[in-house]
Design a protein around this ligand. Structure first.
Ligand code: SAH
Length: 208
């Protein structure tokens, strides 16, 4: 009850105010219990609009950024989506509400296990433990790819695994300050636009 109200307030007072317009995304954020994805001592902060630590030096992303990135993927229900950086699994759950199938890859086994536990009710989610900086060729191509860790530059494997008309959303830049990019594949060409300035934990590349 207390959390339902907090979730409603987050959607109606924060996300809408900050410019999130996609009603499907807003509905998903109203539905998914973010408090189940944050560490117990931080429960009271589960619906605040900032990132929270989830252990292993990683964070659960700020709700506004989750909403912004998800809206940019333009999901309408049947898509196959790849997420790089499962972390808590919260973004994964939001994607699962909005797409047909979600494959999410996480390099830290303990986080992948935690996400597996909290996401056990989601049938169309496949969790993979490993390095997602090369994407996940086994299931490619994807209608949408979301990277929730910051890359120095876009790893070439990711746009390469997009389907025609596919969308890739990725923070690119040095630690603490990145440009959130949306890359769209049209007629075999890639168009890039900048959505926001963000601060993500690093994407670890080439470390197995
Ligand atoms: N979407 C998550 C964000 C977690 S932070 C959430 O909101 O909870 C980013 C995650 O990316 C971390 O868990 C980190 O371990 C993971 N990560 C970093 N580099 C990775 C890589 N090369 N492959 C897969 N996961 C990676």
């Amino acid at each position: 009850m207390r959390f339902e109200h907090a979730r409603h307030e987050l959607v109606e007072r924060v996300l809408r105010f900050k410019g999130i317009r996609d009603e499907r995304v807003l509905a998903a954020m109203r539905k998914v219990p973010r408090h189940e994805f944050v560490p117990e001592p931080l429960l009271s902060e589960a619906y605040a609009d900032y990132p929270l630590p989830i252990g292993h030096g990683q964070t659960i992303s700020q709700p506004y950024i989750v909403a912004l990135m998800t809206a940019a993927l333009e999901l309408s229900g049947g898509e196959k989506v790849l997420e790089v950086g499962t972390g808590s699994g919260y973004q994964t759950a939001i994607l699962a509400e909005l797409a047909g199938r979600v494959i999410s890859i996480e390099r830290i086994a303990a986080l992948a296990e935690g996400a597996r536990e909290v996401l056990r009710g989601y049938k169309d989610v496949t969790l993979v433990t490993g390095d997602g900086s090369k994407g996940y060729a086994e299931e490619a191509p994807y209608d949408a790819i979301i990277v929730t860790a910051a890359a120095h530059r876009t790893p070439p494997a990711l746009p390469a695994q997009l389907a025609e008309a596919g969308r890739l959303v990725i923070p690119v830049g040095p630690p603490f300050y990145q440009r959130l990019l949306k890359i769209t594949k049209t007629g075999g060409e890639f168009r890039e636009e900048e959505l926001e300035v963000v601060s993500f934990v690093p994407l670890v590349e080439g470390a197995g």
